[in-house]
Ligand binder design. Structure first.
Ligand SMILES: *Cc1c(COP(=O)(O)O)cnc(C)c1O
Length: 405
């Protein structure tokens, strides 16, 4: 079975496990900054820890943080766990990002931070976002920070420029399902010396350093998880995931928890082993980006789907963490594809304000598009390791649907 995602790892990453040293984390930060053309890159154990540390270091507390309803729940978790209030904005159905008119409405005198998110790698129009924010700043007379959530997009471009540099800072997740991985891990980038300095200080005073046990745990995780993505075994892995709770840690159930909480290790610094794997991945980033775009192009050109299925938006500068299609019945399509040997994803399968833990923040407002998307999305495998024959298999499996139904 073709897995819905697969980290793009080769010998370099596995040998990196055995060649990490104490300076790997600093090297990774320098290299990350260089690859994405930013002044500062700071590592964290998870992307969520990076966002949480931003709020803490900047002493942002009790404030409104404007963010998408349709995104990864860890953004809202970091908001609440740092003592702030998430203010959710519904998404547009055309690119799944925050609706610009609703974004403008959501910003009030209480807003301190806005988190534009480039979901599935489809970039928001960051110039437009910044206009909205600058106008609100004038109106309310205080600074509003803009933090780009680039966990899906990495270096997507908007108006020909990287979205990473469009605000005061940017946030990245580097878990095993992201475009590049450091096993776990997260990064915060900024061109602002003051933000970088305050965050680095705060992190180094409040995060424990990773010890050798931590390095070993991370290395073993990678060694255990990688064979699971092998196409030959993936039928078994799929079965274990679907029918048993055994592989929850692998890919599923990331957000099934209805509680607002962080993993217990969220305040331990990135380990050298992870940084070392991250370094190997950084050198492949441009190849990864090119390959995802090329696969998306093939899907756009060769898929022939039922009229009721909605293809992803064709936006210049997209980086396709996911090739997301909206369908009438996603469970049925997923089962159909699975029978043909193709696993589809159903990201994002929840709407954050509709999670019971967030009912207090939802109030009586409605987020109809976020709710709708949470029930109707599928995503096609689009990882750079796909062979041409696998891409063809995916295309013909889906094209057969229209003929057979
Ligand atoms: C993965 C992800 C993050 C960060 O996730 P961590 O697991 O904490 O590294 C943030 N935002 C989005 C949209 C994500 O998908």
């Amino acid at each position: 079975m073709i897995p819905r995602l697969k980290p793009y790892l080769a010998q370099e990453e596995f040998s990196a496990l055995f060649h990490s040293h104490s300076s790997s984390v600093m090297l990774f930060e320098d290299q990350f900054a260089e690859v994405f053309s930013v002044k500062h890159a700071l590592t964290f154990p998870y992307g969520r820890s990076a966002l949480w540390a931003f709020f803490k270091a900047m002493q942002i507390q009790g404030e409104d943080i404007v963010q998408p309803a349709y995104t990864c729940s860890v953004v809202a978790h970091a908001t609440v766990l740092s003592g702030n209030n998430p203010v959710f904005v519904d998404n547009s159905l055309s690119d799944y990002n925050m609706d610009y008119a609703l974004l403008a409405e959501a910003i009030t005198a209480r807003t301190r931070v806005v988190i534009p998110t480039h979901i599935f790698g489809y970039p928001m129009d960051v110039v437009r976002v910044n206009e909205i924010v600058r106008e609100a700043e004038q109106c309310y007379g205080h600074r509003i920070y803009v933090i780009q959530d680039c966990a899906h997009s990495f270096e997507a471009e908007s108006n020909e420029a990287s979205v990473i540099k469009a605000g005061d800072g940017a946030l990245f997740g580097l878990g095993i399902s992201k475009q590049i991985t450091s096993i776990f891990g997260g990064v915060f980038t900024t061109d602002d010396d003051e933000i970088a300095g305050r965050m680095r200080d705060w992190r180094d005073r409040n995060f424990k350093t990773a010890d050798w046990g931590r390095c070993l745990d991370r290395a073993l995780y990678l060694l255990a998880v990688y064979p699971a993505f092998n196409e030959t075994f993936y039928g078994l892995v799929y079965w274990l995931q679907e029918k048993t709770p055994l592989l929850n840690r692998l890919t599923k159930a990331y957000h099934l928890d209805e509680k607002i909480h962080f993993p217990p290790d969220f305040q331990i610094q990135m380990s050298g082993v992870e940084a070392s794997v991250g370094l190997a991945q950084l050198s492949k980033y441009s190849e990864i980006k090119k390959s995802r775009r090329a696969i998306a192009e093939r899907y756009f050109n060769e898929l022939s789907l039922p009229a009721s299925w909605i293809l992803p938006p064709k936006v210049n500068g997209a980086t396709y963490s996911h090739f997301a299609i909206r369908v009438p019945d996603n469970k049925e399509v997923m089962d159909y594809a699975a029978q043909k040997g193709v696993q589809l994803g159903q990201l994002i399968e929840y709407s954050v304000p509709h999670l019971s833990a967030y009912s207090a923040y939802k109030g009586n407002r409605e987020f109809p598009n976020s709710l709708y998307c949470s029930q109707h999305m599928i995503n096609l495998p689009i990882h750079p390791g796909l062979k041409q024959s696998q891409i063809e298999k995916i295309i013909s499996a889906l094209n057969a649907y229209r003929v057979e139904q």
